[in-house]
Design a protein. Structure first.
Length: 163
């Protein structure tokens, strides 16, 4: 089948915004197991000559009382299980958080390639915000703006290198 790219990150960093950028309008909601609600968002994306599936792991919701970290762990496990390449999204306006560090540790323990994106850098003056994110140990952070559509090409060039 097609390579699978999973988008992970804590709530509100811009995962769904970037997912929508990558897949356009071709979004399919796939209902999964009952019990915990797992509404995974899958869709097809393409970049240059590459076709792939994208999963927005933020589409996986658990009970309202669950902690953010619990949700992120499930999302990361799903991504680790199913993805060929993982894109971790962070928020360049907030900087590195404890939840980012925890998620990065989980991802680092896997053999899967991870591309680190620092989102919400809406103009070139903000690119310096990436340097803080080297401490996540996931390599070069890519500055992007999901809402302005900036930096996504360079990020995707890195993603497709791992197919
Ligand atoms: P998710 O919870 O990770 O799926 O995040 P969303 O995609 O729902 O975005 C959360 C909030 O961040 C929304 O208000 C978005 O409009 C905003 N957002 C997403 N990407 C950007 C960006 O590149 N720049 C700015 N300034 N805001 C963004
Ligand atoms: Mg979302």
């Amino acid at each position: 089948g097609l390579p699978v790219v999973a988008i992970v990150g804590r709530p509100n960093v811009g995962k769904s915004t970037i997912f929508n950028r990558l897949v356009g309008e071709r979004i399919a909601i796939v209902e999964d197991k009952p019990g915990v609600t797992r509404d995974r968002l899958y869709a097809k994306g393409e970049w240059l000559d590459h076709n792939f599936h994208v999963i927005d792991t933020g589409g996986i919701e658990f009970g309202e009382n669950d902690q953010i970290l619990t949700q992120m762990r499930y999302q990361a496990e799903l991504a680790i299980d199913e993805a060929d390449v993982i894109i971790m999204i962070t928020d360049g306006r907030i900087g590195v958080t404890d939840a980012d560090l925890e998620l990065a540790r989980m991802l680092n323990r896997t053999g899967k390639p991870v591309v680190l994106a620092v989102n919400k850098l809406d103009n070139p003056d903000m690119r310096n915000e990436i340097y803080d994110f080297y401490q996540l140990g996931l390599g070069e952070p890519f500055p992007i703006s999901g809402s302005h559509g900036l930096g996504l090409g360079d990020m995707l060039d890195e993603v497709v290198k791992h197919f």
